[in-house]
Design a protein around this ligand. Structure first.
Ligand code: C2E
Ligand code: MG
Ligand code: MG
Ligand code: MG
Length: 290
């Protein structure tokens, strides 16, 4: 195991029991080799229809199984992958892998959508459209099954974000604003950008459905965002749903989709298929005696 400790402007990783931190160099050189050494894998977190409880899709979440440090979560290495540019080949791998898995699941659940997170750096690559297209083609996945998650800050800060979004829409993939409400609150993009849905961050919904005095402001905010989204014809997903009361609140207030530990953690494909048998091929039924 390892431990991250704040140090200066960033953080340092310590192996348990070690006094010397692993340098960014250590992580970085590991990150360079991680793709070819096949140390990455994806976990999939289910997304459910709030009203019916039906499985509607999954979000692909990247994991790095480090040979010495063990499992490293994206929060620890995506920033480093961003600054080094390694996120570009890593992100392309994520897209290919997620599309392959989606293509397999779509055969069983025809309306299924696979959500993939894009980083700012990826979003700015001139060949983003061809990277996405190739991943879908190689998997035989139709574009409406793929959903790309972007953050507000990307939409606001990246030059020509609107043009890139339009090209993605022409391609036929869905575009979702992730972590809505936690970034730059410039709502102008909602007016003109071709986006399909908002994903409300867990920080807004942590208290909803709980004790009234604590929950009231958050509930007002979440309701307002959902109303805003629906008025703009956008679907709403709430992430980080952990408690039945939250789910109940979201149901009462017409939230479209929910995701969170209560409904299923991020897990390997095989595990998700055990949890949702509809993802697995239908077993052949034995002949019924007549
Ligand atoms: P995100 O896209 O907002 O993903 C949601 C995060 O919340 C995931 O963390 C997920 O495991 C966690 N989560 C799920 N259910 C619950 C819950 O009920 N409660 C709480 N408290 N948390 C929950 P994870 O997997 O550590 O990923 C963190 C972030 O790393 C993601 O945030 C996303 O921004 C980024 N990320 C993950 N995979 C990729 C990737 O392939 N590419 C890029 N560029 N970024 C990625
Ligand atoms: Mg996401
Ligand atoms: Mg999010
Ligand atoms: Mg988040």
């Amino acid at each position: 195991m390892y431990q991250a400790k704040r140090q200066g402007g960033g953080y340092a990783l310590y192996r348990t029991g070690a006094s010397e931190p692993l340098t960014a160099m250590t992580l970085e050189s590991g990150l360079h080799r991680a793709l070819e050494r096949q140390e990455f894998r994806l976990e999939y977190q289910p997304q459910l229809d709030t009203r019916t409880g039906e499985l509607v899709g999954a979000e692909a979440l990247l994991r790095w199984q480090h040979p010495e440090l063990g499992l490293i979560l994206p929060g620890e290495f995506i920033p480093l992958a961003e600054v080094t540019g390694l996120i570009v080949p890593i992100g392309a791998w994520v897209l290919r892998q997620a599309c392959l898995q989606a293509a397999a699941w779509v055969k069983q659940v025809p309306h299924l959508r696979m959500a993939v997170n894009l980083s700012a750096r990826q979003f700015q690559q001139p060949d983003l459209i061809s990277t996405v297209t190739r991943a879908m083609k190689a998997a035989g996945l139709e574009p409406h099954h793929l959903e790309l998650e972007l953050t507000e800050s990307m939409l606001v800060q990246v030059q020509d974000a609107e043009t890139t979004l339009e090209r993605l829409k022409e391609l036929g993939v869905r575009v979702v604003v992730d972590d809505f409400g936690t970034g730059y609150s410039n709502l102008a993009y909602l007016k003109q950008y071709p986006i399909d849905a908002l994903k409300i961050d867990a920080t807004f919904t942590a208290k909803v459905g709980g004790e009234l005095a604590l929950a009231m402001r958050d509930e007002v905010l979440v309701k307002a965002v959902m109303n805003l989204a629906h008025a703009l014809d956008l679907a709403v997903t709430v992430e980080g749903v952990e408690r039945p009361e939250q789910l109940e609140f979201l149901r009462r207030n017409n939230c479209d989709y929910v995701q969170g530990y209560l409904l299923g953690p991020p897990q390997e494909a095989g595990q998700l298929m055990k949890m949702f048998p509809e993802l697995a091929a239908q077993p052949v039924l034995p002949d019924r005696p007549r």
